[in-house]
Ligand binder design. Structure first.
Ligand code: HEC
Length: 172
């Protein structure tokens, strides 16, 4: 019975971690399960939303592509909003090894936790920028707007990178 209750608690924690305005957000879990895979979907559609000259061109995008875009952006926005608004930011669940630990310049979970503790407003600001760029994608999808899609695609990388530079591998 105790086991079952613990399991339920973990399930709720996971739900909380992916919802907006929750008490805590687990960065590692959100990155691995939501942000990274949804960014791949956004990039995939974004790449196909331009012609051979790299100009915005939605003619190759189907209704399903635009739906995929809206879905991916919606999931990313929820994850970003939860990181921007959570009362507590947790770098990684206990016992988890972060992907690039061991490579030069990449921080351990404990170090990342300290970087965030030093500048929680900065972390929230980067997360809010990710929510903003997700919203541009959502609007692009709603209007089937290839120009807006390229605008978002051209800026997203920098948003990811800026937060990683400060909180993940500041030594590099
Ligand atoms: C608000 C800050 C922030 C933003 C914005 C952000 N990340 Fe992260 N990300 C982190 C931190 C901190 C880590 C390292 C710690 C970890 O894995 O928990 C990380 C880790 C990762 C990882 C490694 C996960 C693993 O397996 O260890 C991937 C992949 C990743 N981010 C992708 C992205 C992508 C793609 C974007 C942009 C679409 C993005 N991140 C935006 C903070 C951010």
């Amino acid at each position: 019975m105790k086991r079952a209750l613990l399991g339920l608690g973990a399930a709720f924690a996971l739900i909380a971690a992916t919802q907006a305005s929750s008490d805590s957000a687990v960065v590692h879990t959100l990155m691995k399960d939501v942000v990274a895979p949804q960014a791949d979907r956004l990039w995939d559609v974004g790449n196909r939303g331009m012609n051979d000259n790299g100009e915005p061109d939605g003619s190759n995008l189907s209704a399903q592509d635009w739906e995929k875009l809206a879905d991916a952006a919606g999931q990313m926005k929820a994850a970003a909003t939860s990181m921007a608004t959570a009362k507590e930011i947790i770098a990684a669940p206990p016992g988890i090894t972060i992907g690039e630990e061991g490579t030069p310049g990449a921080a351990t979970a404990q170090q990342i936790q300290q970087f965030i503790a030093k500048d929680p407003e900065g972390f929230a600001k980067h997360a809010a920028e990710l929510a903003d760029i997700s919203e541009v994608y959502i609007q692009a999808a709603a209007g089937r707007d290839a120009v807006k899609l390229q605008d978002a695609a051209g800026r997203m990388d920098a948003v990811c990178e800026a937060c990683h530079m400060q909180f993940w591998y500041p030594e590099q």
